[in-house]
Design a protein around this ligand. Structure first.
Ligand code: PLP
Length: 311
């Protein structure tokens, strides 16, 4: 197994690139102890002309919003961080990659008061394949409803990609994986379907597409992309409450996320969904999604930031 921390390459760390294996932090960092960090997950895809980052401006906006929700001030501008992400692709000679910007509180003091600490910012990029497996993209995955409830909006801020929030996701995913499933499905505090451990959910019934409203789910950029692509194809997408049994009886269902991309769901809680394989509308949206990220879609120009290599 290749170990992430032992890769060769460069990581942008507080304004400059450092060798991959030197990108270390002190063990008394506030972010490490209390999860006081915010992050993004961004993908860069190879297109016919150049590597290109998908919806960079939207990821940047969410990164700064996550910091704002946390009350954390980022000591760099949006354009500095966008440049760092483009540079991380170039410096590591990548074409298709996952990019991880992260900001966290450092090691001045370990009281609960976070803002006594400096804010450190990093950008790392590395090659990363499909998150839920090639086979999952094609045949669909098996999902189990979690015993863990999705974060309540007044317990943790669901709109931010905030480090500490992911304990909920880790517990849910590990439970599902231990029981032999590919991913967990979390219900909100009202018992309604919310999302996967790191993916938004879509359900298709009678040619209409549904997704839960933005209450206890993360505002996914892939979620938004799929809503736009579905509208472009003439489908109606409705944001509404979805119950577990609605999902059981759906014609098709799929997860979306930067990591998971568009992954069909073939089974929930040991009940087959639709025909138990990737459904036709899911397949069409998946095709359109991969076209657009690879520079072959109507919205590619709008959503891709090409990276000029060698400049
Ligand atoms: C990141 C994330 C998603 C997906 O968001 P994208 O912007 O599509 O990557 C969905 N749910 C959770 C909990 C997430 O952290």
């Amino acid at each position: 197994m290749s170990v992430l921390s032992e890769k060769e390459g460069k990581i942008w760390f507080n304004g400059k690139f450092v060798p991959w294996q030197d990108a270390n932090v002190h063990v008394l960092s506030h972010g490490l102890h209390y999860g006081t960090s915010i992050f993004e997950g961004v993908r860069c895809y190879q297109t016919d002309t150049a590597p290109a980052i998908f919806r960079l401006a939207d990821h940047s906006k969410r990164f700064f919003n996550s910091a704002h929700i946390m009350g954390m001030s980022i000591p760099y501008s949006i354009s500095e961080l966008e440049q760092a992400q483009c540079e991380a692709i170039r410096a590591n000679h990548l074409s298709s990659a996952y990019i991880r910007p992260l900001a966290f509180y450092g090691a001045n003091s370990l009281g609960i008061a976070a803002s006594n600490n400096p804010v450190h910012v990093i950008v790392a990029a590395w090659e990363w394949g499909t998150y839920l497996g090639e086979e999952g993209l094609e045949k669909g995955i098996r999902v189990k409803t979690s015993s863990f409830t999705r974060l309540h909006v007044n317990v943790n801020m669901c709109r931010g990609k905030i480090g500490g929030n992911y304990i909920n996701s880790v517990l849910a995913h590990d439970e599902a994986a231990t029981d032999g499933y590919d991913e967990a499905l979390l219900l909100d505090h009202n018992g309604l379907v919310s999302e996967g451990a790191g993916e938004n959910l879509f359900v298709i019934q009678n040619g209409k597409i549904y997704t839960p409203q933005l209450t206890s789910v993360l505002e996914g950029i892939t979620r938004d992309s799929i809503m736009v692509l579905a509208n472009d194809l003439g489908y109606e997408v409705l944001e509404r409450s979805i119950t577990r049994d609605t999902l059981y009886c759906a014609d098709e269902a799929f997860f979306t996320g930067t990591a998971a991309e568009v992954t069909p769901i073939r089974e929930v809680d040991n009940r087959q969904i639709g025909d138990g394989k990737r459904g036709p509308i899911t397949a069409q949206l998946q095709r359109d999604f991969f076209d657009v990220v690879q520079g072959k879609g109507k919205r590619s120009a709008e959503w891709l930031t090409p990276i000029r290599v060698g400049s």
